[in-house]
Design a protein. Sequence first.
Length: 266
Amino acid sequence: MGNGAVRHGDYKFRKILNNTFLFNVVEDSLERANRKERQKSIYHRLVQGWNDWNASMLPDQREFHAQRRWPGTCRPFRGQESRLDAGHSGPARRLELPSHQTAICVKLGTMKRVVILGRGASGKSTLAKRLGDITRLPVIEVDKIFWRPGLIATPREQWVIVQEKLVARDRWILDGDLGPYDAVEVRLRAADTIIFLDFSLVRCVWQAIRRSRERADFWRLLLAYRHQSRPILRAAIANHAPNAVLHVFRGPKALGRFVADAAAIT
């Protein structure tokens, strides 16, 4: 069966090697309490969902997913530490685990409405262009639409209307993270896939310096992103896109593997 997770509403089913777990990710954000015995009906429903997803993969993809580890690719987005071993009573361990959200066995054919988010200078536009080339999905840079001449922001009410027209299309990649100016919930509600580039401040600063000269407000948003924009974004993803496939990348190597493998199976 491999390793992975299925989310429905407040509950997440997770399979790690031969162990299975059910977490209420709203009440238990660190995923410490295994509820599969107390919530058996929900548990069995999500197990069936996992089995259906696993059965939908091609045999070679299933074997690849079961055997390959993705070190550094993705920790659980809701909390970094979990007690996941049955009977484990010691301190919570930090885990680096493969996840169905970052495994290439997720069919690219189901990726039709993609939202790419992340701190400024994390490489969102570069990734969007590459994925557009691979998937043949049209790429839309929200920054170019949102900012008017003279770098004047589009009013929020109008920005919501503009986005609603954009997401009404059947296929797209929407690239951009406008931080406090954004109404990201419109894009999230319509997305089937979300890619979050959770790169470090140091890396993004280095990339920003390399690419061009930036305004002072760009640097203020960049420095404040982790403590201001990121928590809001995490909550928005949980509230407005609970059923979307979520990819979280914390470094360029893991992202590069994902893109390379995506290109290899198209």
